[in-house]
Ligand binder design. Structure first.
Ligand code: FES
Ligand SMILES: [Fe+2]
Length: 424
């Protein structure tokens, strides 16, 4: 696969190049076994989630020294304790006591320098060191130095914390992110964001919800009253084609069109007050210098189309970071089983600069919640359709190139004995 960007995705831009061909992807129908096969799921567990770098949180979830949070990674059967010690170092550990294997920390997050296991009071420092064992003399040659919490390989890129569940990762986080890490370095995330988290557990394969955010072809059909008017235009882009598409090794991105002619309907009074299109699309912010900074970054809206609304970027295997002029949001697509998923959407909006801005941001978040619920409810229907065995393949069009890229990448990882082979 090549790493390249092509633009001019919308119909009127003349002879359109193919995102699919430019990325070196096949144009054939794509097998659907990865959504329904129990064997494939077991391989995903071991060879994808067991070997890839996985997103666990953002550094602002560790706002001060001795902050911590716990992340459950069900697919790896792991409870992960992520800490920031007094020196500021971020490190992850298995949340498992060295004595008899109890979970050590049972709350979600907080600030603590020490963690005490509730079973027999063994106590650990937030750098993993075992520092307290009641009645130590009654053990047999207990060497506390060898009995700390088991560390997990941890890396931080641009404030995003990743872990790797291999005892000794075959590749570094930097190698794993590859050209994506370089392209998106320095994207201004802004500070002081407020977060809104929407989560759902539902009965569909994890990739079905991921696919729903990998393309905009479905927007006119699934989101006619929410997203379509802002992401399509009856004359200029009636099928909501992407503006550009890009692959970066394991990872990929596309830019969404924003309808410059969008106006809220006359009976949408709140939206009429909130909406301000001058910074580009339905999701616009009115803090123009922030918007300009974002738009100036070479990776954002890489073909620099004026009718841009958002960028969707996908980090293999299960994490999206998406940008718009109103703020940014992330998706985590966590498999629970072959046909069950825990999906977490975190919307991050800047602190409001005025009352009108506040209204705009609240509207932005509420609108997103409405849109994504339309997507989630659709996934169980697709799972049912695929489970029937009626179809062996799916037929993807050019705007769905990210699904194809994901399927090809996934299959490489599932089939490869080593990560080096998977990366070829
Ligand atoms: S299992 Fe943790 S102190 Fe015994
Ligand atoms: Fe959607």
């Amino acid at each position: 696969m090549n790493d390249m960007t092509i633009g001019a995705g919308i119909e009127e831009a003349g002879a359109k190049e193919s995102f699919t061909l430019a990325a070196g992807l096949s144009t054939e129908p794509v097998p659907v076994d990865s959504y329904i096969s129990p064997d494939f799921f077991e391989l995903e567990r071991k060879r994808v989630f067991g070997r890839a770098w996985l997103f666990v949180g953002r550094v602002d979830q560790l706002p001060e020294e001795n902050s911590y949070f716990v992340k459950e990674i069900d697919i790896c059967k792991a409870s992960v304790l992520v800490t920031r010690n007094e020196a500021g170092k971020v490190q992850a550990f298995h949340n498992v006591c060295s004595h008899r294997g109890n979970l050590v920390v049972n709350d979600d997050c907080g600030t603590k320098k020490r963690f005490r296991c509730e079973y027999h009071n063994w106590t650990y420092q937030n750098d993993g060191a075992l520092i307290g064992v009641p009645d130590q003399k009654n053990f047999f040659n207990l060497d506390k130095k060898k009995c700390g919490l088991t560390p997990i390989a941890t890396g931080v890129w641009e404030g995003w914390i990743f872990v790797n569940m291999q005892r000794e990762p075959e590749i570094s986080l930097e190698e794993f992110l590859g050209p994506y890490g370089k392209a998106y370095a320095g994207v201004p995330f802004g500070e002081d964001h407020e977060t809104l988290v929407i989560e759902a557990r539902f009965n569909a394969n994890w990739k079905l919800i991921m696919d729903a955010f990998a393309e905009s072809y479905h927007v006119p059909a699934i989101h006619p009253g929410t997203l379509a008017p802002g992401f399509a235009n009856p004359v200029h882009n009636k099928y909501a084609r992407p503006l550009s598409g890009n692959t970066f090794g394991l990872h990929a991105a596309w830019s969404a069109y924003g309808n410059p002619e969008y106006a809220p309907p006359p009976d949408s009074e709140v939206e009429r007050i909130a909406c301000k299109i001058d910074t580009g699309g339905l999701l616009g912010s009115d803090v123009n210098d922030e918007v300009l900074r974002l738009r100036a970054h070479p990776a954002i809206n890489p073909t620099k189309e004026s009718c841009w609304s958002a960028d969707v970027t996908s980090i293999f295997p299960n994490f999206n970071i998406d940008y718009s002029t109103g703020g940014y949001w992330t998706h985590e697509f966590w498999p629970l089983s072959r046909d069950a998923t825990h999906w977490i959407l975190t919307i991050r909006i800047p602190k409001a600069s005025s009352v009108r801005h506040r209204l705009q941001l609240e509207h932005y978040a509420a609108r997103w919640a409405e849109i994504v619920l339309e997507d989630v409810t659709n996934c169980e229907r697709i799972q049912k359709g695929l489970e029937s065995g009626a179809k062996d393949v799916m037929i993807l069009q050019d705007g769905e190139f990210m699904i194809r890229h994901m399927q090809e990448t996934l299959r490489k990882w599932v089939n490869a004995e080593t990560v080096a082979d998977a990366m070829k």
